[in-house]
Each structure stands twice: as C-alpha cells, then as structure tokens.
Design a protein around this ligand. Structure first.
Ligand code: MSP
Length: 676
C-alpha cells in the first residue's frame, strides 16, 4: 500500500449533558467512515473525538440529578463513549475537557493571550441564553428569543474578559479568500463571510463569573474560561499542544488538523473564533472545516419532552450496527438536512441491504457450491458481446469513483458508488444467466468464468465497504474466504484468488423485514423505557401539525383581508424599463435628522450611488457595510431628510413589518451584475 502522509480528523466534542441522540451519533459515524477510508488509502490517521464537560448547563443538569458536576460528567461522558463504541467507531483518542492536561493548557492559553494583550478585562451587559451559553444583543434576538436555539434569554451583566476579535478579522478574511477549501460546503463560507465577518466582528466575551463549573482563570479565579475557548482548544491539547512552547512531538506530527467535522450550527465557532484564537497563539490553522447538515427524523424535531428522540443504540438493537451506519451515511445529503423514519429504514434494509447486497452474496456462493463445489477460477471464456469487459471495467473503476466522492466528503455518494458495484454484479447475473449455462456441460468453463467474475466483484465491493459497514464487509469476505484487497490493487479486476474455497454454509446477511414487526419491536423497546407508543406519538404530531396549519391559515386570511393588495398587471415592456443591479455597500451612515434612515454609498461596478433606506434599527451601518444588495438603479432621484437618494435597495417585508434585505444567493456575484 502506498504511504500517503498524515491525516488528523476530529469531530465536535459532544456536550456531556445526556445521552447523545441519533443526530449527534451521525457525526461520529460520518467521521469514522472518512477515517477508515483514509487509513485504507494509506494515510497515517489520527482520529479524535470526546466530550465537552464544562458550563452552566451541565452544572444545572448535575444539580437536578443530585450529583456533583464531576460525578455527572463521568456518567454522561461514559455514556457517549459507550454509544461511540457500540457504533464501532475507530477513534484513536477520546478527550474529555475535564482531563487534567487539557485544563492546564486552557489556563496557559488564557494567560498567554492576556499577557500579549489580546484578552482584556471589561464588563458585559446583554441578553444571555443559558442553553448555548452566549450573550446576544437585542438586535440579534429572534422574536425576543435566542437566535440559535429559540430558548428564553434573560438580561445579564458581568465583569468579564474579552478577546479582541476585530484585530484578527482582516487576516482571517484574507485566509478564507485565499484558501477556498477551508470552509465546506461553499454555502457555509458565504454565510460566515456575509453574516459575520464582513459586517464586522465584535470583541468576544471569554470568561464567566455567573457559575463556577469551568476552568478557572488562574490569575483571577472567580472567572471561569468561556466554554467555547475551553472546548475548541481540545483539538490542539489532545495532540500535545503546549502554550509555553513545549508542545510534544505528537503535536508537530499531527497539527494542523486536516479536517474538523462539525454540525452546521457550530460552524461559526470553528471558522471564526477557533482560527482567530490560533492566529493569536501563532499556530497554523486547520486545513478544512466541514459543516455537515443535520439528520432529522420524520414527523418533527426530536425532543426529550415529546419523547420522540431516536437513539442509535436502540436502532442498532432493532436493525443492527452496520445498518444504522448505512442509514446515517446514506440518508444524509451534502448540504441539506437528511431525514430518517422507520418506514424508510425498513425500505432501505429490504431493497438495498437484503436484496442488492445480501441476496447477491448468498446466491453467488450458493451457485459456486452447487456447480463447482465452492471453487471457481477464471477459465478465460469471455462472452462475445463485451458484457464481461464492461463488468470488469466497472469493478476496476469503482475505487476511483468512491475515492473522488470521499475526497469531497460526499460520503452518501461514496457509499452509493459501492452499492452501484453490487447492483452491477446483480445485473451481470441477469445478463449471463448462470442457471442456463449450468444446463449445458459444454458451457462449464464459461460458467466458471462468470462465477469467478462475480466473486471478484464481490471481493472488490466488500473491500470498499469496509469503511462504511465494517462488520458486514468482514462477514462477506469471510464467506467468500478472501482477504481485503490492498488499496493499490483495487484499480484492476482479477484480484479474487483462483480456485478459492468459499464457505459451504452461507449465512443470510440481512433477513427481510416486515414494517409492522419492526414497529412492534420499537414499541416494545419504548414501553420498556416508559415512553409512549409510536402510534400515540404520530397522533400527537398530527394534531400539532393540524393546529399549526389552522393557526397559519387564520393568520394568512387575516393578512389577506388587511394587507395583501395586489397591483394591476404590468406588461413586459413596463418591467423591462426598470434596471436592477447587484451593488456592494462600501460605506453606510445613520442620517442624523431621521430615526429610521440609513445613507449607503453603493458601488454598482461602473459608478457609486447614494441610497437612503428606512432600515434602522434592524440594520446598523456596521451590518450594512460590505453587504451585497439588489438595487433598482434607474428610479428617479428623490430627496429624503435633505439628502438625495439615487435608487432603492430591495427588501422584503416580514410579517411583523420589519424589513429583510434581499442579497444575491452567491456571495461572489460581482457588483454591477444585472438582475432580471
Ligand atoms: N459541545 C459542542 C461542540 C464543541 S466542539 C469544540 C456541541 N455539542 S453537541 O453535543 O450539541 O453537538 C455535537 C455535534 O453534534 C455538533 O457538531 C452538532 O452540530 C451535531 N449535531 C447535533 N444535532 C444533530 C443532528 N440532528 N444531526 C447531525 N448532527 C447534529 O455542539
């Protein structure tokens, strides 16, 4: 196998606040598939995961459970690890933020940043969300609630340490612009640039005094280090980083990380705060951060109080570990959220796992036994119509297709490529009809060749399946009694050993399932855990949906009656008279004489115009500057508050009457581009 250098991959560290659900577990399964594949390719892989154990939320949960925070996190962290292990994930190191070495390093990092003037002492006043442990300004709240998780917020004031984020923002913007693969997928990069970096970064509050379950600031111990600074540091401390310049050899081997795999909700922490902390520490930035979408369940948001949370270990008891791994990876698109349901899982099990894969292996082994005592060799009798050539080229070409998908982190597509090979094997059986060949003794060599090619396809497929479904792949290889193929040899057909003896007792890999029996099993499981039946849950969700639809309808009809007035039809010529262009706001100021108006200088590519818009207080000049907007540019100029406005920035009116600026979908759309 070719040696290909190092690959350091991490997952987010899960909150040690309770048992992780299938969504959190998705991430470790995804990371595991990538790590295993890279190892198979010949990379020297280090795969780190762990638990995030400090903070107010955990302190509160521990109190509720009648435990000390440490007792509580010992229990919950072990539970996370149990699930990760049950899912057969091959992490190399499991870090806990309560690990001694980590706590010491976080203190050193804090002190270093303070000593060099990046952290300073001040006080913080704002709306605080206990759930995500963050302060928000009034304008950041959504309907008066936390913009991240919709939880209640409360006013809070604290003496606190701050990190000078804005100092590093230009350097980070430059880094992102010159490293196009740093943030993946691309849409997340645009989100970070437009929503956070270009409008201007605020200094970040990096200590708390309102609770004590955290790492104390060693020179001011009534402060504990902000959980995100503590948590993010795990990626470096876990491989031996030392803030005093005595990092271990391991650290120099692994850092910078090749891939941080995190959920879309925490990409901001990983692509803005973490890189800036690293810049301040003088350390290289991770090569890539991938913000994966979320795995959701059909029928609404998973919530403990609703009792509809799906756990990976329960699913594995109903199906099996590899099937859960397959569902998670396969059902998750690259950018949009994926949805799982019991119906879908049963369907996938029956059609893909039992039929496409299980049945293929079973009948190939059965035919080898029946016609050749389980030993086949390529007798060189190919068909005349190119069926064999085509089949062999698919066997040989699959590895490069899978690798290309893995390289782009498109793991759902990667596993689909592996299954495409199994599908092609089934098609080959239909094309060659071995049972017909078996009827004519003169076709014995042709039949042996066909079965050899099939075993060859299965061996290649099973080798490529190892990263996604390790146990199943091993079982298949055991049944055909062949080893995993060396990665470098996967690019050609004919790896299957001639006259190899397959098992004479093939085991059914995936027995077909009936949906109602699966539902019964799930209900029995739920009953044992004191939870409502699936039917009751469904009825509740249905009632909730109906109530929400009714409320929406009422709101719409109220709105229709009062607000929706439609303008008379206009001709295309009327429309064509208007010129719409993309503009970049290069400067923006509040208009002194007005409470609502902002005055923006908008670069339209060939000229800069001045536009007044009533966007205060939802938008501040800082938020406007750098924004790409859609502008009607040939509107007759008019005066407002004594200033001339030479166009209009297009906005949508929200149900509460506030305005939402329309921006181009692709952030790289050049200023001046015509809209139409
Ligand atoms: N502790 C922080 C991460 C700190 S990393 C320095 C955290 N923990 S978490 O337990 O809430 O989430 C762990 C990971 O699971 C995050 O990447 C999060 O985005 C991800 N997911 C949470 N719900 C998920 C789904 N429903 N689907 C997929 N991933 C999900 O955030």
């Amino acid at each position: 196998m070719t040696k290909r250098g190092k690959y350091y991959i991490t997952t987010a560290i899960a909150y040690a606040s309770g048992k992780p659900h299938i969504g959190n577990t998705y991430e470790i399964i995804l990371a595991d598939a990538i790590a295993r594949y890279k190892r198979q390719m010949g990379y020297d892989v280090h795969f780190q995961t762990g638990t995030d154990e400090h903070g107010q939320k955990i302190e509160e949960r521990a109190k509720k459970a009648g435990m000390t925070p440490k007792e509580f996190v010992d229990k919950t962290s072990a539970e996370v690890r149990r699930i990760w292990d049950k899912m057969n994930t091959s992490y190399d190191f499991f870090i806990r933020t309560t690990d001694d070495f980590h706590e010491k390093q976080v203190q050193k990092i804090f002190r270093k940043l303070y000593d060099q003037g990046d952290i300073y002492k001040g006080s913080y006043e704002g709306m605080y969300c206990t759930e995500c442990e963050s302060f928000y300004t009034e304008s950041q709240l959504v309907d008066g609630k936390c913009p991240l998780d919709g939880c209640e917020v409360h006013p809070a004031k604290e003496e606190a340490y701050f990190f000078k984020m804005s100092k590093y923002a230009p350097k980070l913007i430059d880094y992102i612009n010159t490293h196009p693969d740093f943030i993946q997928p691309e849409s997340r990069k645009n989100e970070m640039m437009n929503n956070f970096l270009l409008p201007g970064l605020q200094d970040l509050c990096v200590s708390r005094t309102s609770f004590s379950w955290g790492i104390p600031v060693d020179f001011d111990p009534k402060h504990v280090v902000y959980v995100w600074l503590d948590a993010l540091a795990n990626y470096a401390t876990g491989v031996g980083y030392d803030a005093d310049g005595h990092s271990s050899e391991e650290y120099y081997k692994w850092w910078p990380a090749d891939l941080h795999l995190v959920g879309k909700d925490i990409i901001r922490f990983h692509t803005i705060y973490w890189p800036i902390f690293l810049m301040a520490l003088g350390e290289p930035l991770p090569k890539q951060v991938f913000g994966h979408p979320w795995l959701l369940q059909a029928g609404g948001k998973m919530s403990k109080s609703k009792g509809n949370v799906i756990y990976a270990d329960d699913l594995a008891d109903v199906f099996n570990v590899d099937a859960v791994r397959y569902f998670c990876i396969h059902e998750m698109p690259f950018e949009n959220d994926g949805v799982i349901s019991y119906d879908l899982m049963v369907e996938r099990w029956n059609s893909e796992l039992a039929n496409t894969l299980g049945n293929l292996v079973n009948r190939t082994i059965a035919m080898s036994n029946k016609y050749f005592g389980g030993k086949v060799a390529d007798k060189g009798v190919a068909d005349e119509n190119g069926i064999d050539d085509n089949f062999k080229s698919v066997i040989a070409g699959t590895v490069s297709k899978v690798e290309a998908k893995v390289d782009k982190l498109r793991m759902a597509d990667a596993v689909t490529e592996v299954f495409n090979l199994f599908k092609r094997c089934n098609k080959y059986i239909d094309e060659t009809e071995p049972w017909k060949l078996a009827k004519d003794p003169a076709s014995a060599d042709r039949l042996a060749t066909v079965l050899y090619n099939l075993c060859d396809g299965i061996q290649t497929g099973a080798t490529l399946l190892v990263s996604f479904m390790p146990e199943t792949a091993e079982k298949i290889l055991k049944q055909i009694n062949a080893p995993q193929i060396d990665y470098d040899e996967l690019g050609h057909a004919g790896n299957y050993p001639a006259e190899n003896q397959v098992t004479d007792k093939p085991e059914i890999l995936f027995q077909r399932l009936k949906l109602d029996e699966v539902m019964e099993k799930v209900d029995a499981q739920r009953k044992a855990q004191g939870l409502k039946s699936l039917k009751e849950l469904e009825e509740e969700a249905e009632a909730e949906k109906k109530a929400a639809e009714k409320a929406k309808q009422e709101k719409t009809s109220e709105k229709e009656a009062s607000e929706y007035t439609h303008k008379p039809e206009c001709t295309y010529d009327d429309f064509a008279k208007c010129e719409f262009r993309v503009g970049t706001i290069v400067k923006c100021e509040e208009v002194k004489k007005s409470r609502k108006l902002l005055c923006s200088q908008v670069d339209l590519g060939d000229k800069t115009v001045q536009i007044l818009s009533g966007l205060r207080p939802q938008y501040t000049p800082e938020m406007m500057t750098g924004k790409k907007v859609m502008v009607i540019t040939n509107l007759a100029p008019r005066k407002m508050a004594g200033l001339e406005s030479q166009g209009m920035i297009l906005c949508a009116e929200m149900p509460d009457g506030t305005l939402s600026i329309m921006t181009p979908d692709k952030a790289e759309t050049p200023g001046g581009s015509e809209i139409g």
